[in-house]
Design a protein around this ligand. Structure first.
Ligand SMILES: [Cu+2]
Length: 187
């Protein structure tokens, strides 16, 4: 084998590496360094349509993009009692990271959500006040990076996203399991 053949072989290998790596890097998109996840609801009367008692608590956006290391603001705009908790003056929500397979897909799974019970148990809610004794449950690295991480909030709370760029984290509210969203972590 001549040195020229070896050099050509190396060039071919280098080209193949570039072809493989460049799209992989491009796939991890740039993302903003701040993001927010906001709990909202609109239980208003719609004349001749709806008394407005449905539990339509939801996250304002289904997907939030944020940079790895970015600051996430959790905001609660669900004021006052809701049909589900008529005696609670201000609804509490859990921003809870779960594995994709743990996201409830049916009404039955949402109403009998085993992972939600496990998450809520870790927050150790006080039966009398309804407040969590442990507001932040951390798994893995500090910050939001993997299933098991969960933050309970009734007002506004900040959290740092420490998952690696390219990860997509699924989150639910463990108290209202039909509240579901995705956190796309960019670079
Ligand atoms: Cu909730």
């Amino acid at each position: 084998m001549t040195s020229r053949m070896i050099r050509r072989g190396m060039l071919v290998a280098l080209a193949a590496l570039i072809v493989a790596v460049v799209p992989a890097l491009a796939a991890v998109r740039k993302a903003p360094s701040r993001g927010s996840v906001t709990a909202v609801h609109r239980p208003d009367l719609k004349p001749n349509r709806d008394l407005g008692q449905r539990d339509d608590l939801r996250w304002a956006r289904s997907t939030t993009r944020i940079k790895s290391g970015g600051a996430l603001t959790l905001r609660n705009l669900t004021r006052g009692p809701t049909p589900q908790t008529p005696d609670t003056p201000n609804e509490i929500h859990n921003f809870s990271i779960v594995a994709s397979r743990q996201v409830p897909r049916t009404q039955l799974q949402a109403l009998d959500c085993r992972i939600c019970k496990a998450i809520n148990a870790r927050h150790n809610f006080d039966d009398t006040t309804g407040q969590p004794r442990i507001a932040v449950v951390n798994r893995g690295r500090k910050g939001i990076d993997r299933p098991g991480d969960s933050v309970a909030f009734s007002g506004t709370r900040k959290a740092r996203v420490t998952a690696k760029p390219g990860r997509t984290l699924r989150f639910i509210c463990a108290i209202h399991p039909h509240m579901q969203g995705k956190l796309e972590v960019g670079r």
